[in-house]
Design a protein around this ligand. Structure first.
Ligand code: LLP
Length: 441
């Protein structure tokens, strides 16, 4: 069965009677006029639809907990929607913890993850009642135990491990292979468990956690991952008489950025995972553990698009035609960081205009600031609105103020209504943290 992560565009994207592109019943040319550009637009229906896919696909396994990976997009409004849909949250910083807390999320459904959590962040996590902490390394075992003692609380933890799985994705977004900065190597797990059971009375281990990478199109890597996690659980039971009943397999399912991408459906992934779970539970003779999954990109990417206004263009003699838009690497760093490819359409009605192959350039002072290389579109003119698809994940969450440009605002669309969920930064916001020392005045 198809799932929403397999679509190039939000489910509600269509041409309206005026010939303009619309999403969530809102004309994108009108949205650009009303709110200005660059503008992130999130389609609520697409977001809720992928949540429904996940819930349906995994309903065949009794004990499933879905945690949205906040690093892909962390705003209060989207967190509130995901919480309504029954999701918990994987968070990696005080900022993400605070955002979901302020959005009214049930903090017992939050997992704090990361390879270098600070004392202050762990302290905040305990203060606000974060449900699980995924302990990443030896340093953190001691640090967390100290924080737990100071709160006089028992802390529920998972152990983050590196399962040694290579998946075929960009090197920077692979995480589960053996030489990785994340988690305990398989050969270090026993020492970690020994340390916790022997010395850290305030830490209670519930299970194992791994994450093998992002934008993954293979399914077999997930069944291999489950096999490794369950084998380790059985081994730890045998060696330490430690009963672990949770496995967290991380996130990673891919999305369709361009026509060439063919990510598997959530239903296929669920089948593979559940089959692997059942087989390995039987093979290693353990009780069925609760399964935690942490999808980020596959939940939020397709629901998001970014609108830009076309400005200058330049035909290089005997070279490319560059068309510049009013955003770029500060609102979407993925093309310059990972050579990521995107698909776009002109939102305005374009009757029978000749097609041209152009390169969409950003407005930032760097030659690498190219959003899309060689895309074929109807001829573009200054003032046209360009809609880049699949920008819901790792765009706003990785945005910067490079060149002192304000971050873009974000609107949520549904049933022909649009609401601001992140307002545009002002020039005063940009200088609000600057201080001129008295001696310079
Ligand atoms: N769980 C853990 C422990 C993770 O490290 C990640 C992503 C996820 C879950 C969510 O993975 P997803 O389902 O979103 O693939 N900035 C890069 C992606 C980095 C992903 C880091 N970890 C990009 O723009 O492609």
């Amino acid at each position: 069965m198809e799932s929403t992560n397999q679509f190039l565009k939000p489910l509600t994207a269509k041409r309206n009677d005026a010939g303009n592109l619309e999403i969530g019943g809102c004309d994108l040319v009108e949205l650009a006029e009303k709110y200005g550009t660059p503008l992130y637009v999130i389609d609520e229906q697409t977001l809720r639809s992928i949540c429904a896919d996940y819930k349906k696909a995994f309903s065949k396994y009794q004990k499933v907990n879905m945690m949205f990976a906040s690093k892909s997009l962390c705003t209060m409004a989207t967190s509130a929607i995901l919480a309504q849909e029954g999701f918990g949250f994987d968070v990696v910083s005080a900022g993400e913890i605070y955002t979901v807390y302020k959005a009214g999320v049930d903090m017992s459904k939050v997992l704090f993850n990361g390879n270098n959590k600070s004392y202050e962040e762990l302290n905040l996590a305990l203060e606000l009642g974060v449900g699980r902490i995924s302990v990443d390394n030896f340093f953190e075992i001691d640090l967390l135990n100290e924080v737990a003692k100071s709160h006089d609380k028992t802390v529920d933890i998972l152990l983050r491990i590196t399962p040694g799985i290579e998946c075929h994705t960009h090197e920077y977004i692979q995480t589960g292979h053996l030489d990785s900065k994340f988690g305990f190597d398989l050969t270090q797990i026993d020492d970690a468990v020994d340390l916790i059971l022997g010395r850290c009375k305030k830490l209670k281990i519930h299970g194992l956690h791994a994450h093998i990478g992002s934008q993954i199109f293979e399914t077999k890597v997930y069944s291999d991952e489950i096999g490794i996690l369950i084998k380790e659980i059985a081994r730890l039971d045998e060696k330490f008489n430690l009963k672990l009943n949770e496995i967290n397999i991380g996130g990673g399912l891919g999305v369709k950025y361009t026509d060439e991408d063919c990510p598997p459906s959530v239903y296929d992934i669920a089948d593979v995972l559940v089959e692997s779970l059942e087989n390995n539970i039987e093979k290693f003779g353990i009780d069925s553990p609760a399964l935690f999954i942490e999808p980020g990109r596959s939940i939020i990417s397709t629901a998001g698009v970014t609108l830009y206004t076309v400005g200058s263009s330049k035909q290089v003699p005997k070279g490319k035609k560059y068309v510049a838009v009013d955003g770029g690497m500060a609102d979407n760093p993925r093309p310059s960081m990972y050579q990521a490819k995107y698909f776009a359409e002109v939102a305005n009605f374009k009757e029978d205009l000749p097609l041209q192959t152009v390169t969409i350039a950003g407005r930032f002072c760097e030659s690498g600031d190219i959003l899309i290389k060689d895309i074929t579109l109807p001829e573009l003119f200054e003032g046209n609105i360009l809609c880049v698809f699949n920008t819901g994940a790792y765009n706003y969450s990785m945005a910067s103020n490079y060149n002192r440009v304000q971050k873009s605002q974000m609107v949520l669309v549904n049933n022909s209504k649009s609401d601001i969920i992140v307002s545009r930064e002002t020039l005063d916001d940009l200088i609000s943290h600057d201080v001129i020392p008295d001696r310079l005045k």
